[in-house]
Write a protein that binds this ligand. Structure first.
Ligand code: SAM
Length: 277
């Protein structure tokens, strides 16, 4: 057993007791798989926790379902990043979905997920799913007016992910959407990564007419409080009276009717950050 620490800032981190299962260096990053008594297997990229068997459902459900529920009839969905497969698994719970494209820059993440995280990656080989090993920013260059929902399931805004948090990228996302299209992005922790959180919100607002921010509690992400930003030019994304009946049909463990109803209830300090940005 070792003690592994993920540094959340220079001053604080998350420490877990673990067995090291696998460590490889891909072209893009160091991929580490740990087995821990509390959180089961953990996927770590360049020292940062991406997902764990114990709490992955919270992040993946909250990233995927609000946008898919709000769309009148989502058929074509794109995930950028998300090589562990958890977001794809959630998307396929929506019966109207016919096609899911997953654009992940690092094939090794998919290989590791399929070997060590079978419950997370289980739907990656579903016939509706097509995997592209490409940079999300370049992939979108050739895709215009195609998707109903685009989901950014990217790592923190450093290295290969940095471009995915900037206005020119969100412009490409907007162009890739067809009528009624919605995008949603994971946008970091308002507590420990206020700069990234506020920055992503500001950039998304430059591009989309309707923008909303919601939160979920993910124990293994910095501070636990995690944000998601949802946006559309067509749909009032803050109207959670829409398609309520579809929420009840989903088999989920975190996202539910009550959470959907008050999705945009934000703590006062988070509202203040958004007002300032
Ligand atoms: N849930 C995670 C989080 O917030 O910590 C994100 C998980 S997911 C595994 C992130 C993925 O995004 C990684 O597998 C990484 O390789 C991929 N990624 C990073 N930059 C990318 C880019 N420019 N295009 C496509 N995928 C990218």
């Amino acid at each position: 057993m070792i003690w592994f620490t993920e540094y959340w800032t220079e001053n604080v981190g998350l420490t877990v007791k673990a067995h090291e299962v696998k460590r490889i260096k891909s072209k893009y990053q160091e991929i580490l798989v740990l087995d821990t008594p509390e959180f089961g297997k953990m996927l770590i990229l360049d020292g940062l926790v991406q997902t764990t068997e114990r709490d992955e459902f919270i992040y993946h459900e909250m990233l995927a379902h609000p946008a898919l529920v709000m769309h009148p009839q989502p058929e074509r969905v794109l995930v950028i990043g998300g090589g562990d497969g958890g977001t794809v698994r959630e998307i396929l719970k929506h019966p109207s979905v016919k096609e899911v494209h997953l654009c992940e820059i690092d094939e090794e993440v998919i290989i590791v997920a399929e070997k060590y995280f079978p419950t997370i990656s289980e739907k990656l080989r579903d016939p509706r799913v097509k995997i592209f090993i490409e940079d999300g920013n370049e992939f979108l260059q050739e895709r215009k007016g195609y998707y109903d929902v685009v989901i950014m399931d990217s790592s923190d805004p450093v290295g290969a992910s940095e471009v995915l948090f900037k206005e020119p990228f969100y412009q490409k996302v907007k162009q890739s959407l067809r009528e009624n299209g919605i995008m949603v992005a994971q946008t970091e922790s308002p507590v420990l990564q206020e700069k990234y959180f506020a920055g992503a919100y500001r950039e998304i607002r430059k591009v989309f007419r309707n923008v909303g921010v919601y939160l979920a509690y993910v124990p293994t992400y910095p501070s636990g409080m995690w944000s998601f930003t949802i946006a559309s030019d067509y749909i009032d994304v803050k109207d959670t009276s829409r398609n309520r009946e579809r929420v009840k049909e989903l088999k989920t463990k975190y996202f539910c009717d009550n959470i959907y109803a008050c999705l945009f209830a934000l703590p006062q300090f988070v509202q203040e950050i958004l007002k300032k940005s």
